[in-house]
Write a protein that binds this ligand. Structure first.
Ligand code: B1M
Length: 210
């Protein structure tokens, strides 16, 4: 059986098959799926983020790591969902207009789904109009917005303003996340919450709908 440190190392070095084998062996050994995610998969991606920032890793390597992490998440996801059967609510998630970053948003989406929520993942580069239309169509309990660029952050405010203008904001909570945004920014644009990472996003959804 692999250790969590070995699993994290496989994520860091982008070994997707090895990650899948190690996750499978940890599950077979009776380890908790949530612990596998937090102590192995996310721990690995945390190191990737730090190394990228320091210039010790480059974009293609980050993408390999993300792909490896996703391979592991896909194996544990049904087990986490099975352990938490009740549907906690419906979440609409997407990356805002002009922004193509989706690794973090997909991680958030998967963990929220694993936390027992129904998730509609709209993808990247989603316009304000499309978020509003999807809100009318799917009637989510929460809209979760992701932005990784300082230039696309203002789209989050546009979406909240547009929901208010159309009289929809009372029916849905809006939460935000992504590297450049903060609790302070969330409060300044009238968002209902901010989550710095995927684990916190699950907790925030539970808290808002609890
Ligand atoms: Co881009 N990029 N990128 N990029 N990229 C950043 C974000 C940047 C910080 C790099 C840098 O310059 N140091 C910089 C932004 C600077 C800024 O605005 N402050 C940047 C730039 C400038 C650009 C381009 C403009 C580069 C160019 O073309 N000149 C361009 C823009 C394209 C566009 O979007 N229109 C661009 C392109 C790309 C790639 C396509 C090459 C690729 C994206 C591939 C993809 O996503 N499919 C890419 C990548 C990979 C990055 C970095 C290296 C890594 C981002 C990532 O995936 N991190 C990034 C540098 C960095 O972050 N250190 C960078 C891992 C991920 C797990 O973390 O996304 O932060 P993160 O998500 C976390 C939390 O933020 C949070 O939870 C997640 C998990 O814990 N979270 C949420 C995220 N969304 C949430 C939503 C929530 C809650 C929490 O809802 C409530």
């Amino acid at each position: 059986m692999a250790t969590y440190a070995e699993l994290a190392q496989s994520v860091i070095s982008g070994q997707r098959d090895q990650v899948k084998d190690q996750v499978t062996s940890l599950i077979a050994a009776g380890k908790s799926p949530l612990e596998i995610v937090s102590e192995g998969l996310i721990a690995g991606m945390d190191v990737v983020g730090v190394r990228f920032k320091a210039g010790d890793m480059f974009v293609p390597e980050v993408l390999m790591s993300a792909r490896s992490m996703t391979g592991g998440l896909e194996i544990v996801k049904p087990l986490i969902a099975a352990a938490d059967q009740k549907s906690n609510g419906k979440i609409l998630i997407g990356t805002v207009k002009g922004d193509l970053h989706d690794i973090g948003k997909n991680l958030v989406s998967m963990l929220i789904e694993s936390g027992g929520f129904e998730v509609i993942n709209m993808g990247v580069d989603i316009s304000t109009e499309d978020f509003v239309d999807a809100s009318i169509k799917h009637e989510p309990d929460i809209i979760a917005l992701s932005a990784l660029l300082t230039t696309t952050m203002p789209a989050m405010k546009d979406i909240i303003d547009s929901l208010k203008e159309k009289g929809l904001k009372d029916k849905v909570k809006v939460i935000i996340g992504g590297a450049p945004v903060s609790q302070e920014y969330a409060e300044s644009i009238g968002a209902d919450g901010y989550a710095p990472d995927a684990g916190s996003a699950v907790e925030l959804c539970k808290q808002l709908l609890g």
